[in-house]
Design a protein around this ligand. Structure first.
Ligand SMILES: [Zn+2]
Length: 464
């Protein structure tokens, strides 16, 4: 009997982990951390729902921490199998998992300094750098479109998902009770059509069961392209004579912004401004983005073939050291500062916001999702001051949201992806969404005449 158990991202957007059992073996598809609200983050500390040493293999769809960040935790708790991913995902995981461990260690140090801890007398990190290193040793790479038997009776095939570099949909084919193969397709996070750098999501291959993400199941992104929005805001900022600060995820969003800035500059639509990428992780990830040609769309390919550096606006500087970062404070007049974190919850972008928010000539561009309660969300909602480093900093800057930069397809785009399926799956499961988005996505899928289900946390479903 084959079955699937929803160990995360059921009724919520983070903690993607789906357990497929067949022929007496267990494969975990994605090993994500829960993020966001405290009650969700506490789930990371609970014992894993099945013993990690009983899991035979892990399959990752992409490197985002809510899909890969629990792998060090599993390895630390006894998982000894192989963890499959695409080559670009492996390269990004080599940047992201050690960084995640560093954040966990910092959080524990902070808890100790503040004197609160769940592990009295001393807080321990969820996992440490050594666990991240041990997790990286489990990684095995598999290219798109190449089926591979990852365990006896389990065949894995990746297709492009267009969400971030290396992102994939994963098809697992397993033996059902009667011996007939059962095909289970995991969409992974699905990107947008006609987005820069990455190719469109590939149409889904024929499957018996489909697990589909639903982040924006209730939303339709604006029709304006990211390039047009960015051009308009850069020109407005230049007219104001101030800096543009872009809080951005170091991986994905930063490279997309760089790509569009270079394009707009090259087309003569914006002046060539000093551009600072102030994030060591973004500085590490950008060459990885450039190197993985198997993940590029035809436009990116054509530029590289012509010897153009598609991610390099003319006056680009990557800053790594704190001194280099501080030197940006002395730059006057129009410039662009791209820095993490994307929701201004921490990181170097805080220093730039502290320096630039009080100036009315400054523009803040919000290019990513801003979760409720974060500083980015407060800015988006017109907060008159922002608390940083123990001070209330007045917000005189102009704050602009650019929703067209989303890395997730909206309901129309996911609908377009579903349209590509050769025939309806026997059953479709909606995951990776807040309840309202999940309900809307499920209603849309039911309206196609497909059988659809929204699983709850830890629900188990028999597949036959
Ligand atoms: Zn993702």
């Amino acid at each position: 009997m084959a079955s699937i158990r929803f160990l995360g991202a059921a009724g919520t957007v983070t903690g993607s982990r789906f357990l497929v059992e067949a022929a007496g073996r267990r494969v975990l598809v994605d090993a994500g951390l829960f993020q966001g609200m405290k009650e969700l983050r506490l789930r990371n500390w609970e014992p894993f729902p099945v013993p990690p040493d009983s899991i035979d293999a892990v399959v990752l769809t992409h490197a985002h921490i809510d899909h890969s960040g629990a792998l060090p935790l599993l390895v630390r708790s006894g998982f000894r199998g192989e963890a499959f991913c695409t080559p670009a995902t492996a390269d990004l995981a080599r940047i992201m998992l050690p960084d995640s461990a560093k954040l966990q260690e910092e959080e524990a140090r902070y808890a100790n300094a503040k004197g609160y801890s769940r592990h009295a007398p001393r807080a321990l990190p969820l996992y440490a750098a050594a666990d991240a290193e041990a997790a990286l040793e489990r990684l095995r790479t598999l290219r798109y479109g190449r089926p591979r038997e990852v365990l006896p009776g389990f065949t894995l095939r990746y297709s492009r998902a267009g969400h971030i570099l290396g992102s994939a949909s994963a098809m697992l084919t397993v033996a059902g009770e009667s011996g007939d193969p059962i095909r289970i397709l995991f969409s992974g996070d699905l990107g947008r059509y006609d987005a820069p750098i990455l190719p469109d999501p590939e149409p889904p291959p024929e499957s018996d069961f489909l697990v589909v993400e639903s982040t924006y199941g209730d939303r339709v992104h604006p029709a304006a392209t990211a390039a047009a929005e960015l051009e308009r805001e850069v020109l407005a900022a230049v007219a104001r004579g101030g800096a543009i600060v872009v809080p951005a995820f170091a991986i994905g969003r930063t490279q997309e912004v760089l790509f569009l800035l270079r394009e707009l500059e090259h087309a003569g639509r914006i002046p060539s401004l000093p551009v600072f990428v102030d994030s060591p992780m973004a500085s590490d990830a950008t060459p990885v983005y450039r190197a993985h040609r198997e993940d590029h769309d035809t436009q990116m390919d054509a530029l590289l073939d012509r010897g153009v550096e598609p991610l390099s606006p003319r006056r680009l500087t990557f800053t790594r050291t704190t001194d280099q970062s501080k030197a940006i404070n002395h730059v006057h007049g129009p410039c662009i500062i791209i820095s993490a974190s994307g929701m201004a919850t921490g990181g170097r972008v805080l220093h730039h916001l502290e320096r630039r928010l009080p100036e009315s000539s400054t523009t803040i561009l919000l290019v990513g999702f801003q979760a409720a309660g974060t500083r980015g969300w407060r800015l988006q909602n017109g907060a008159p001051t922002l608390r940083m480093h123990g001070k209330d900093v007045p917000v005189r800057a102009r704050v602009i949201s650019l929703p067209s930069f989303s890395a997730h397809g909206d309901r129309v785009e996911v609908g377009r992806w579903l349209d590509g399926a050769p025939r309806p799956p026997r059953r479709t499961f909606c995951v990776h969404g807040e309840p309202v988005a999940l309900a809307a996505q499920a209603a849309g899928i039911a309206a196609r005449g497909w059988e659809v289900h929204v699983p709850v946390h830890l629900e188990s479903v028999e597949l036959g």
